[in-house]
Design a protein around this ligand. Structure first.
Ligand code: UD1
Length: 420
């Protein structure tokens, strides 16, 4: 298994085109099951996207990639309505295939997603919504056997106890072909939800996202046989590279991005003393000579500060002059990167959902282990600013969500190598 070696102290600068959003591409790939022939542009080349393609192939699709374009074509050769445990385990978020399989075939068998790096990953909100849409669900030794008794779900009103991203996606996939209207209240509003709705509407679905967190889905009888769609840019990847520039006193322009999707993140860079200029599809950031702390970063559902950007921003705050406070409200177990940052000399105290970071003058190199996808990005960012050469292990986590992470950083001025 390969590791990264990062020599700290080199500025990150220049221009980088951000890749397509992993968290938009995955549910859209699940949605391609509802269309015979889909062409997706700006689809990032990541191990999680590959895992989604493996599931599609198992379910009877041919998939192919040319550059950033992925084609998915139904071949009808093999008909499975289940996802084997091995494929489910390749990617925790594969539960989003459940709504699509049920929409297409009216029955599904998938393994129950267990815990993951971020703690327990319950799917009670997904299951309650599917049950209300008329799905019969039985839990059987770690598997979920699901069936739609008369083959087609029935639209209904759903009030989510929490605006879960995955549950909202499963509902869109399930309800777009249901009988009648489904109204989802307290739905997630992440840009990736709008992108999934955009894809499904391009296929002929009737989904309306209202500004008050309500989504209205008018079920249709069938979707188009052919569609071509472009995935939105990855807002978390954009934020991550901006963090790399901020911590190294660099000057970076991220292009091909959607600045509005980073509206809750960019003010924190300014608070830390960075100069930030946005244009239509570009963000320019200049890191300061001395970083300032962030008063309080509270992770929230969109349009609040995204939990996925918490650990990269925390890495930057470790060498700010003063005390920064982070409050993690989305996942229970999202401070695993803290112990790795502390190995580099960071001073961080975690109490429940709160992390208090006392900025230190400098970090030093260490051997570090990626704990999860964004945690892995965070420790890499810290290593870019640390004195000496850090070794980063378990980089498979980073490859789940960042295309050419080491090559991009290297092109932007980092001294990063990857062992074979
Ligand atoms: C998605 C993103 C992930 C991001 C997260 C929050 C993908 C592939 N992943 O994950 O990167 O960090 O949104 O923005 O898009 N919950 C329940 N019951 C449920 C569902 C969720 O209790 O049935 C809880 C979860 O445990 C978690 C919180 O709700 O504490 C948020 O989860 P959710 O919004 O569903 O996130 P994911 O879709 O898993």
């Amino acid at each position: 298994m390969s590791n990264y070696f990062i020599e700290g102290g080199h500025r990150i600068g220049g221009e980088l085109a951000v890749h397509g959003a992993k968290n938009a591409a995955l549910p859209i790939l699940a949605a391609t099951l509802l269309c015979e022939n889909s062409i997706l542009h700006n689809c990032p080349s990541l191990s999680d996207v590959e895992a989604a393609c493996h599931i599609l192939e198992y379910l009877g699709c041919d998939t192919s990639r040319q550059g950033d374009t992925v084609s998915v074509r139904w071949n009808g050769a093999q008909i499975h309505h289940n996802i084997p445990d091995s494929l489910m385990r390749e990617m925790r978020s594969s539960v989003v295939f459940l709504g699509a399989i049920l929409s297409r075939w009216g029955e599904a068998r998938v393994s129950f997603p267990g815990g993951c790096e971020l703690g327990p990953r319950p799917i009670d909100i997904h299951l309650a919504a599917l049950r209300k849409l008329g799905v019969w669900i039985e839990e059987d030794h770690g598997y979920l056997n699901c069936r739609v008794p008369d083959g087609r779900m029935q639209g209904c009103e759903l009030i989510l106890p929490f605006p879960s991203v995955g549950a909202t996606e499963n509902i869109l996939l399930a309800a777009c072909l249901a009988k009648g209207e489904t109204v989802v209240r307290n739905a997630a509003r992440e840009p990736e939800i709008s992108d999934l709705a955009g894809f499904l509407n391009a296929c002929g679905a009737k989904i309306e996202i209202r500004p008050d967190s309500t989504i209205v889905i008018e079920g249709v009888d069938s979707l188009a046989r052919q569609v071509e769609y472009t995935v939105i840019p990855d807002r978390i990847a954009a934020a991550t590279y901006l963090c790399a520039a901020a911590i190294t006193q660099g000057e970076l322009t991220v292009t091909h991005c959607e600045p509005a999707h980073l509206a809750a993140i960019l003010p924190h860079f300014e608070e830390m003393g960075c100069r930030v200029i946005t244009e239509e599809d570009k963000i320019h950031l200049q890191g300061p000579g001395q970083l300032l702390p962030v008063r309080s970063v509270r992770t929230m559902p969109y349009p609040g500060f995204p939990t996925d950007a918490q650990s990269p921003l925390m890495a930057v705050s470790t060498i700010a002059q003063g005390t920064s406070i982070f409050i993690e409200n989305i996942f229970e177990n999202r401070y695993k990167h803290v112990s790795e940052l502390m190995r580099m000399g960071a001073s961080i105290k975690v109490e429940g959902r709160v992390a208090i970071v006392e900025g230190v003058p400098a970090l030093h190199s260490a051997t570090l282990q990626c704990t999860d996808l964004r945690g892995g990005a965070a420790i890499s960012i810290a290593a870019l600013a640390a004195q000496g050469v850090s070794e980063i292990t378990d980089i498979k986590h980073i490859q789940r969500g960042y295309e050419n992470f080491d090559k991009n950083l290297s092109r932007l001025g980092a001294k990063i190598t990857r062992s074979r």
